[in-house]
Design a protein around this ligand. Sequence first.
Ligand code: ADP
Length: 455
Amino acid sequence: MFDSVLIANRGEIALRIVRACKALSLRTIAIHSEADADLRHVALADQALCIGPAPSRQSYLDMDRMITAARLTGAQAVHPGYGFLSENAAFATALRDAGLQFIGPSPEVMALMGDKISAKAAMLKSGVPCVPGFDQALPDEVGELERIADAIGYPLIIKAAAGGGGRGMRIVRTRGDLRQAAQITREEAGRFFGKEDIYLEKFLEHPRHIEIQVLADAHGHAIWLGERDCSIQRRNQKLLEEAPAVGIDRQRIADLGQICVRACLDIGYQGVGTFEFLYENGAFFFMEMNTRIQVEHPVTEMLTGVDLVAEQIKVALGQPLTLTQQCVAPSGHAIECRLNAEDPWTFAPLPGRIQAWVAPGGPGVRVDTHLYPGYEVPAHYDSLIAKLIVHGSSRQQAIARMRVALSELMVDGLATNAALFAALLQNGDFQAGGMEIAALERLLATGVLKQGGSV
Ligand code: ADP
């Protein structure tokens, strides 16, 4: 049990968590770096503490400072948000050792799902469909490596077992490229993720990214809350998410949801989580599980009316789920656009000071943001500045509402990628729905979006 929560994050998600905690009458403690003293949630939290300089390594990624901050402020629980330490099993262990409650699954489950090789093994055991591949750490020896790869067939993708954020992956199209690709990925894996283990699986040429939201308590109850289609990506990073997924049989998705629920119970999962799948030719293939709240969680909240962050906290408080699978009735259509402080066409980050900021409104429109006029977007962190989320009774209405919302949005002093979304919403392929992951980059390469896109 706890009645105070330290928010180990920044930006829009830290604000989102402060709001959820306050609604549950929990005391909130904001921590921040020297660059972030002016953040909105810092002003709104019951207490705030600066924990270090701007670079994340010395602030938001520093476990010792987090734990010291919790001790100094008397916090009893820690909400990790997304990114930073949110999927770090060592952090969850350190909190447990310090007598603090981590708002998320157990460190053991985080470690199991944080390593893509052990995650895949656990999922196969629970009957979750996975991308065909060699589901152990790859050997060094070239002959053996070639035999394994030949048996699966090209093209292949080599991945770091501990990888994340779209990094530590390499596509291999021919046998001749295998050895070098394995070598480079192994080096990167060691350098970026501190673990050299790599594995390989079939590379799917035209997949969509479909994910299932789950929620599980500590009393053996788990439910799924629909899917999200996150196929609109650039460089393996999501830009626009929507639900429900267009053109996929509802029963197939419901079956997949039930499989995910069973897998949660099998591994002893607690809290909110997301099973990520590739979808190609009518089949789903598990990629990984995110053991935390995700950026795109509002899409599901708009569709179901469930406050996922509040549910996550209640589970950590030891409360049994009051929601049953029958209560979850997604309705209508929701879309989220990730507004980034970046050039819409080159994706180069463009930090700066907000001179004017007017958020859109109206029925079915939600804006999750920490921005306000005068706020300076620091260069040290992710470029996400706001999430525009709309809900409509149909996909067509949701698209129309997003179009209006984008036209109302006013950001002065900072460049954003709003023009990209405005152009995309007008594009025929997007309007038809069901675009594959690679489609946005193909459209960008042709230049059609840029020509058509002004807000
Ligand atoms: P990360 O943990 O870095 O997010 P993922 O394993 O989730 O890595 O993969 C990120 C993205 O890489 C996917 O959304 C997809 O675009 C691409 N990808 C990953 N595995 C495959 C695969 N087997 N075939 C095709 N694309 C893949």
